[in-house]
Design a protein around this ligand. Sequence first.
Ligand code: GDP
Length: 370
Amino acid sequence: DGEIIHCIGCGAKVQTNDKQALGYTPKSALEKGLASGEVYCQRCFRLRHYNEIAPVSLSDDDFLKLLTSISDTDSLIVYVVDIFDVNGSMIPGLHRFVGDNPVLLVGNKLDVLPVSLKKNKVKDWLRQRANAAGIRPIDVDLISAKTNQDVDHLLDQIEKYRKGKDVYVVGVTNVGKSTLINSVVKQSTGIQELITTSRFPGTTLDRIDIPLKDGKHLVDTPGIIQPEQMAHHLVGKELNLVTPQKRIKPKEYQLNPEQTLFFGGVARFDYRAGDRKYGFTVYAENNLYIHRTKLSNADGFYTKHVGHLLTPPSQEHVADFPALEAHEFKTTQKSDLVIEGLGWITVPSGVSIVGWAPKGVAVLLRPAMI
Ligand code: GDP
């Protein structure tokens, strides 16, 4: 009926006519998407379901052009990441496209962090991860786009660092970039009508320009899909059972060696070797079902119960859900075993452990943050 629909993956205008052009979506898929409230163009749908990240590595890809067009500008780049999924927040190749432009790194979803966690430790962790990806942020800010926590402060920081320049807000999907932009738009009262949609030079991708006081703009860029996210393996309600929704309440477990914890059916933790009755603390969504069992039974238990007792994934999605992959570690200090998109488990020094997550989802060890 003439209404313009945008792909929630890349922001392209959805169209059903030209298979080769950006935003193409088969009619049937569009109808399904509209019914579920999530419309993806075919390109993003494929990326999402078949883990094809290829489109951004192609030289003539619109997204590459978009990043290049940003590197051609003299601007401040605001890079939004999810504190709980730093790996899944990485924009492939961003460091090459930033050019000499300063990057302000924004860690979102502060509202779910446990109270005992010091903000400075989280900032250090984010900075380290950015550095490892070749990005040297001028500053790191923590916010909650959902509750508006410290969004004011972020706007002050943007004002301080942009030095009269335009601002480009970048981030992959699911990190909360849209929530942040909406919050910014609301705070700048009366600005709603002023939002303009225009194209990035040389691309068919739309940009949203939010005017700033001095005639410069804050530009919202389309997000791209980063397939290495837990979020891409889950749908709707399942996702809410895994992604922390409210402030995390840590859970303590006294474990003996050769014991396993299942996190629904999406992740698993094995305590292989170490002292008896050691304390392990789980930081994950409060409503996620955690099941303790013997390591020797764990494989069989998973096969038998995934999709039923061990859920998400729900029964109808078990067939599509990737197998869990093992990541082994030995600790030499009190550490956090991080399962990206899920949370972490604080483990003592001197233990052998294994973290399991769907193939592609990062599992890593860091010095304990609490
Ligand atoms: P985008 O794809 O980056 O634009 O992400 P969205 O703004 O659509 O947010 C993705 C999901 O994260 C949604 O379910 C949001 O409700 C949730 N979300 C966004 N910001 C926050 C936040 O600050 N805290 C929490 N707990 N959830 C958030």
